[in-house]
Design a binder for this molecule. Structure first.
Ligand code: P6P
Length: 322
């Protein structure tokens, strides 16, 4: 069993990036422990406040965010951090070379019903002299990420990450308290018969997306010529892990309810890190009109339309939007 540190020493050229990933996992072990205690630890339920997104915060959203902030602020390599739960970026160490962006607990609306959630992270290089507390420092396209990953708090606690040379997964072994290598160089099957979308938003989608999903639902008799199955966990990190494991297509598309928001998911700490993982594993990640990692960000909490997963199926979905 190859432990995480051994793998990082052998595969991650930059020791600062390796230390950031390993440091994050120490905190995520703590979050995993608190999640798995659940009500016994008195950490379920609402925090009684909203985040910058206007979403009601769960107690564990706040606890996880504070734990990760504390962990990153103590790392000499971290110039600054940005979180879904923080209105503005937080400057850390002026001598640090890296920026870490994260969603501390993606899918947290599922916590109270005991469904899988996860921590998502993205690592960018800080420009020389750039202020770790200045939003502009973080506004880099997803193709500039030097690392991305997530920790999945499910029946097992898993770490999945990429530093640009493939995607690798590790399982937390509670007997030794270490993440051990499960799979390296994960590949997403190019074809799939499984799609994930929140069908209740169908009336708000663009006609192109309505047409594609209607064809999926026609199965063998329809133009796509095969039967599709649907999944929706309402936890992006769990959906993407399923897709990395067995293929599929995940969509949270443009929604006309609020034209200022091209989708529900956030570009910088959901769309971009998951796109890096999917594309490093041979899949595709698009807004339906352009590669997600080509999008030039203009705000740290901006949203993005997401169509990602098995390359052939994503190509098909995008072909409806030509
Ligand atoms: P809906 C979780 O809140 C999240 O940001 C993603 O993890 C998930 O895919 C999506 O929102 C679920 O959205 O509309 O099903 O509540």
């Amino acid at each position: 069993m190859q432990r995480l540190r051994t793998f990082l020493d052998n595969h991650c050229k930059d020791s600062d990036v390796a230390n950031i990933i390993e440091g994050l996992t120490v905190t995520c072990k703590d979050i995993s422990h608190r999640l798995h205690l659940g009500a016994l630890a008195g950490v379920l339920g609402s925090a009684g406040q909203e985040n910058v997104q206007g979403e009601s915060q769960k107690l564990l959203d706040v606890i996880s965010n504070d734990l990760i902030k504390e962990c990153l602020a103590a790392m000499p390599a971290v110039r600054g951090l940005a979180s879904e739960e923080e209105p503005d970026p937080v400057a850390c160490n002026p001598e640090g070379d890296y920026l870490v962006l994260f969603d501390p607990l993606d899918g947290s609306s599922n916590i109270d019903v005991n469904v899988t959630v996860g921590t998502i992270f993205s690592v960018l290089k800080a420009a020389p002299g750039a202020d770790g507390g200045d939003e502009a420092t973080y506004l880099q396209a997803g193709n500039k990420q030097v690392a991305a990953g997530y920790v999945l708090y499910g029946p097992s606690t898993l770490l999945v990450f990429s530093t640009g040379e493939g995607v690798h997964s590790f399982t937390l072994d509670p007997r030794i308290g270490e993440f051990v290598l499960q799979r390296d160089n994960i590949q997403v099957p190019a074809e799939t018969q499984e799609f994930a979308i929140n069908m209740s938003n169908q009336r708000f989608w663009l006609p192109q997306m309505q047409n594609y999903v209607a064809d999926l639902l026609q199965g063998e008799e329809g133009p796509l010529g095969k039967r599709y199955n649907m999944r929706w966990i309402a936890s992006m990190v769990a959906e993407i892990h399923r897709i990395l494991t067995r293929g599929g297509i995940f969509m949270y598309p443009f929604d006309n309810r609020d034209p200022s928001k091209p989708g529900k998911l956030r570009l910088m700490y959901e769309g971009n890190p998951m796109s890096m993982l999917i594309e490093q594993a041979g899949g595709k990640a698009s807004t339906a009109f352009e590669d997600i990692m080509e999008v030039a960000p203009d705000a740290i909490h901006q949203r993005v339309s997401v169509v990602m997963g098995s390359a052939d199926e994503v190509e098909k979905a995008c072909s409806y939007h030509k």
